[in-house]
Design a protein around this ligand. Sequence first.
Ligand code: 13P
Length: 244
Amino acid sequence: TKQKWVLGNWKMNGRLAANQALLSQLSQIQEHEHVAVGVAVPSVYISSALQAAAPTLVGAEDVSLYANDGAYTGEVSAAMLADVGAQFVLIGHSERRQYFAEDEAVLAQKYANAVAAGVLPVLCVGETLAEREAGQAEAVVAKQLNLLQAATLLKQTVLVAYEPVWAIGTGVVASIEQIAQMHAFIQQHVLSLLNNDASIRLLYGGSVNADNCAAIFAVEHVDGALVGGASLKYDSFAQIITAA
Ligand code: 13P
């Protein structure tokens, strides 16, 4: 069977001591070939996390749209993420789109920078509640996926996280039917964008927890999860990993 990916997204949470404790607990979980585990952490904690995390992957939550070095005060480039050893980076999380006005052009550049630096990009997509109620969910997600066309330059695994905005941090998980339908749509759309020449992994995100994860993992085209709140506590995250 296809390997599942379980990624945590810490968002703007954590402190050094607590991070190290959580990561060292996670590193005790028996490694299984059928599941890859990772955590996206605030960039200031990437280096310390890498020391405690193996075999858990460590990634960044965002990256600059500027590629290498320059007069961009406060920015962290993809080259820097690669330099400290970050293994993946979230691109276009809905909180970035919403609070930092990241649009398709910016995200296409960020995605390209990550690819160029050798840091695996995880493209996050998802519609708002208003968009779903207007019958626009698939159209919105299709538009968010379009930047993958430029990604054909590198024939690597394409990782997409479908996170309906209305399911993030709300406790309102998407229904199995909604997940199945959207994941099938994304699978087919990405294949057509990349001329059927891609290895695709689709993660579901939005209120994933220890209780609902098994049913979600059983859905066709769900290759894992992107977990927010439940990734901050060892018990819930470990249960999700075990269910994968
Ligand atoms: P929650 O799991 O807290 O709903 O967050 C999901 C998310 O945004 C992961 O990126």
